[in-house]
Write a protein that binds this ligand. Sequence first.
Ligand code: G6Q
Length: 539
Amino acid sequence: MRSSLPEWKALCAHFETLTPCSLQELFQNDAKRASNFSFEAAGWFLDTSKNLWDAQTLELLLALLRACDLEEEREAFFSGERINRTENRSVLHTALRSRSDDRIEVDGENIVPQVHAVLQQMEIFAEAVRAGQRLGYTGVPIRNIVNIGIGGSNLGPAMVTEALASYSDPKLCFRFISNIDATDFSQQTRDLNPAETLFIVASKTFTTQETMTNAHTARDWIIQGLGSTDAIGKHFAALSTNSQAVKEFGIDPEQDMFEFWDWVGGRYSVCSAIGLPLMISIGSSAFAQFLTGFRDMDTHFRESPLERNLPVLLAAMGIWYRNFFNAESQAILPYDQYLQRFPAYLQQTDMESNGKSVNRQGQPVDYATGPIIWGEPGTNGQHAFYQLIHQGTSLIPADFIAFARSRNPLGDHHDKLMANFFSQTEALAFGRSPAALRTAGVPEELIPFKTFSGGKPTNSLLAEELTPHALGALIALYEHKIFVQGVVWDIYSFDQWGVELGKELAHVILPELQAEKEPALGHDASTNALIQRYRNFKG
Ligand code: G6Q
């Protein structure tokens, strides 16, 4: 068990000696703390100095990482070993951003040519749509691109398409449908003209209930809107690994299917064909810059020494808070409206990867693993939940993410936004003491309520501008952070068995909801009664 390692125990002892210190003291003890704890890679500047750690903490954390064979595990990951053991798969999302002359083997076969062949196929398709050359059944150009997918086949493309919307062709309209609730389909399509609408059915397996239900509804919508089943071929494309099911749906796999592979996990798939909506939106050359951003962070992660390695540092710090401070959650706070879906995206990447409670030997772990990930864009969060981060009883480490230049430089909005970004991390770190309040003349009875204890840890992540490259590098930074934490926690980060049971039970329950006659229910008393109540209510 990881918690029995001497390096883990050394951190427990260090925790006892460090934690009486405040951030003020840590800054006083080290005149160069801000620069000593700031790092740079792939266009991102990371200031970790406002964290409850010092040089010794970092040294001890890196010793733990090394004791967990991080460097060997990292090499096994990049070189295509089947590190997803419970599904017997390689984990090679890094190959999706390889250069065409790289060589990465799976079962002795170099997979890089396949990756680049699909990228080329995507490019031809995306540029045709952008040029108005992809025509619908009635001969008018496609203008609306509707992605149907869920989980990894939704969160990635939806987040990045919104994040890079300022680079998008304004003639085109992008929508994302994921929920099996028909409201999603209805709302997203109610103002669209079927003649101008292309559905991209994004599903690795092409069997996912939510996606296939929405895809069939879309097919009916097209047939009804355009009056012929012949229209289907012109209004659908598929992103999948399952060509047989794609063909059966009525999409020509040769022409309109974009393949990816079982070594790409859903939540790590945004650089694969799953990124097609983004490529249509921003064009293939900007998409190439997006991939370069990922690749630059991949190279940094693979080659830089651990002590200057951004994903490693974020991971180490996360372990410090999760396992030694017992912090249960981690806030992601982008100071950029375009990144409003980034916390939700990371929620899946992180929580589906590291929300595990058995180690790789199948034993229950006796230490905490993945934290709860959540967040909203600043400054909205400041007027909502920051109260609890500042003065509540939970320690919530937070990542603040921002850009020096706005994509929409109107008036002084951006400086005001950034003034909030800097002020919040300052206030969280250093607080406001009773003495300072007294000096400011605050009445004695209000002092307990107006005191800010400080010592609330934050990272500040800054880049020049939200470019495709910067976004790619940012996503890769968090992907690799998650990988490192999975290694330390000795869990399998690339499977997701925890989503299976609910899906299976839903298949049992669906016919019970639809049965004409009262079905015999074999669930627990609560579930039986709820199903009966639902049947009664719906009449
Ligand atoms: C991600 C998960 C999951 C998956 C969805 C959609 O890592 O595997 O979120 O992406 O269940 O699956 P399909 O793409 O097969 O429809």
